[in-house]
Design a protein around this ligand. Structure first.
Ligand SMILES: NC(=O)C1=CN([C@@H]2O[C@H](COP(=O)(O)OP(=O)(O)OC[C@H]3O[C@@H](n4cnc5c(N)ncnc54)[C@H](OP(=O)(O)O)[C@@H]3O)[C@@H](O)[C@H]2O)C=CC1
Ligand SMILES: N[C@@H](CC=O)C(=O)O
Length: 402
């Protein structure tokens, strides 16, 4: 009998306990750690619930499953568990993207395993596939909708005209959002996931703090309407590619045209397209957040750790050099809140040869479509406009069709 302790009995933790109770006679749920024990007095596992970490470390446990989230005390608990020679399973992307290298090294030194399938893509088996199935391939690019909460919000705003605030509230009620939802909204959660995937795929340390991260907090109904007029929808995409030894990575809202695979990915679903040099394009799609989909990924790691499956990760790669600009040439949608429309229009026509313009004098907004341009040039012109006194704010979105 394998004895499992689950740290955290929230959305994912309670899902894991449910799957353990439902599935396997060889796995015994021995202890559950929570913060506020009163909240759990009606839980059917209440007799094994504790708010004291000593009850976990003092017990004869084989596997510790960390589902508290955040950095502290999750980091200390995982470290101690590994040093006590317990296998550890976590869904914590904050922790893996920050301390993955150190924790994997500690696991290795103690001859135990640290698994983290659920840290990216909720119920989608992406990490195992990237590491094992794609072992023979050089990965050229990763593109994905990596956050369920923001995809849920964008879908509700687009299809049901729900306000941003109400859509976020529903995502929180459904258990998709992080404890601090600004991680989702500002793109940090997607960035952490992209850094984990890119580190595994390119075997280079890809630190998300070194790449461009933009969230959906500036996306308005106007942008959604404009995207629809252009035959597309807005999605928050994580994109990375590896070319000639250099890595480009970013997280940003993008307009994807309706025939793109991503346009059909709605609500809390995630989708990740990986391109390998031998296999070509592979698409992984499924629920990227929520109780039982995420618990499924955690449970699969429990099975792997019982079978002592190899996960020879160490993350001790050399640091990646991150490119700031995508080499891709595409169309762009730029929204400018102006102070002086004449000056801004002059600048725009001077710098861009091929543009469509829409000026709204009531809202003091100029909506611009620029055809076939590189990011580097878009950024240079945007910075110039922003430095002038004529522009209050400016947002630019790539328009992608694949
Ligand atoms: N929700 C999702 O869809 C997904 C979540 N994840 C990740 O899974 C992890 C858990 O997320 P989720 O289940 O949503 O989080 P919740 O907020 O729903 O649950 C957190 C749990 O941890 C407990 N807890 C919090 N702080 C402490 C502490 N200091 N000591 C002991 N227990 C503590 C809470 O106790 P109490 O109940 O008493 O407050 C609660 O039971 C996170 O890393 C998250 O990023 C990954 C993929 C999807
Ligand atoms: N908050 C995250 C949960 C899963 O990782 C998300 O919305 O994707």
């Amino acid at each position: 009998m394998i004895s499992v302790a689950v740290l955290g009995n929230g959305v994912v933790g309670s899902g894991v306990c449910e799957l353990i109770n439902k599935n396997d006679n060889n796995i015994k749920l021995s202890k559950i750690l929570v913060k506020n024990i009163d909240k759990h007095k009606n839980d059917k596992n209440h007799n094994i619930i504790t708010d004291k970490i000593e009850d976990i470390f003092g017990k004869d446990i084989d596997i510790v499953v960390e589902l508290i989230g955040g950095i502290h005390p999750a980091y200390e608990y995982i470290k101690k568990s590994l040093n006590n020679k317990k296998h550890v399973i976590t869904a914590n992307k904050d922790l893996i993207s920050k301390y993955g290298e150190e924790l994997l090294e500690i696991a290795y030194q103690n001859n135990v395993k640290l698994y983290f399938e659920a840290s990216v893509g909720g119920g989608i088996p992406i990490i195992k596939n990237l590491k094992n199935y794609l072992a023979s391939n050089e990965i050229k690019s990763i593109k994905g909708i990596l956050n369920g909460t923001t995809n849920f919000i964008l879908t509700k705003m687009d299809k049901e005209k729900t306000s941003y605030t109400n859509a976020l509230k529903t995502a929180q009620e459904l258990g998709f959002a992080e404890a601090d939802p600004s991680s989702d909204i500002k793109g940090y959660d997607s960035a952490r996931k992209l850094s984990i995937l890119s580190t595994i795929a390119y075997e280079k340390k890809v630190n998300w703090e070194n790449f461009k991260v933009e969230g959906i907090d500036d996306i308005t109904e106007t942008d959604i309407k404009k995207a629809n007029e252009l035959g597309g929808v807005i999605k928050l995409l994580g994109i990375s590619n590896f070319e000639k030894g250099k890595i480009y990575a970013s997280v940003r809202p993008v307009i994807v045209t309706k025939d793109s695979e991503f346009a059909k990915i709605n609500n809390e679903y995630n989708s990740i397209i990986v391109e390998g040099d031998s296999v070509g394009r592979l698409t992984f799609t499924g629920k990227g957040a929520g109780k039982l989909p995420t618990a499924t990924a955690v449970y699969s790691d429990i099975v792997d750790s019982i079978q002592n499956k190899e996960n020879s990760f160490l993350f001790n790669y050399e640091k990646a050099f991150i490119e700031n600009h995508s080499s891709e040439q595409c169309d762009w949608y730029i929204k400018i809140n102006y102070k002086n429309s004449h000056k801004v229009l002059n600048e725009l026509t001077e710098h861009f040869k091929n543009i469509d313009l829409e000026v709204n004098k009531k809202t003091n907004q100029i909506l611009v479509i620029v055809k076939s341009e590189h990011e580097e040039y878009i950024n240079a012109v945007s910075n110039k406009l922003l430095q002038s006194q004529d522009v209050k704010s400016l947002n630019s979105l790539m328009i992608l069709n694949n």
